[in-house]
Design a protein around this ligand. Structure first.
Ligand code: ZN
Length: 148
């Protein structure tokens, strides 16, 4: 059972890394930031269009490993319709999950596929990189953020 769950998680990650959702430049974005993970060579630029206090559109571009791409892809789906406050709270839950494998939030949806990442400490930064970029974008920092 546990192995089947592992397989399912891997399938979701593979699917999102091979066919990333919202993989494009977003010219209408009013918040953007680039995240770099020098350890793995991941580079993700995140675009957010915020209107009326909520994310209307989210997109990303960049190069990276399967984990960072899948994480960015799922992030762009997860933050749509959310307020910056809700995204910060979500980041807290995702961070807890990828570092401990556990979460106190029952509402992570597809993001739960990254729970297995905690067993591979080197990949934690890959999974969390797009989230660092999202937070930097929300704070209005246009400069590059690095996981180092
Ligand atoms: Zn990576």
């Amino acid at each position: 059972m546990f192995d089947e769950l592992q397989d399912l998680y891997q399938q979701v990650i593979l699917d999102h890394s091979r066919s990333p959702r919202n993989y494009r430049v977003l010219p209408s974005a009013n918040k953007t930031a680039q995240g770099l993970n020098p350890l793995c060579g991941d580079s993700i630029t995140l675009y957010l269009k915020i209107e009326g206090g909520r994310v209307q559109e989210a997109a990303f571009q960049g190069a990276g490993c399967a984990i960072s791409k899948a994480s960015a892809s799922l992030l762009t789906e997860s933050v749509k319709g959310k307020t910056p406050e809700e995204i910060r709270a979500l980041f807290g839950h995702v961070h807890e999950m990828v570092t401990t494998g556990k979460t106190t939030s029952a509402d992570l949806g597809k993001l739960a596929v990254f729970a297995g990442v905690h067993k591979f400490p080197a990949r934690v930064k890959c999974a969390i990189l797009p989230w660092h970029a999202a937070l930097a974008a929300l704070e209005g920092k246009e400069e590059k953020v690095s996981t180092e």
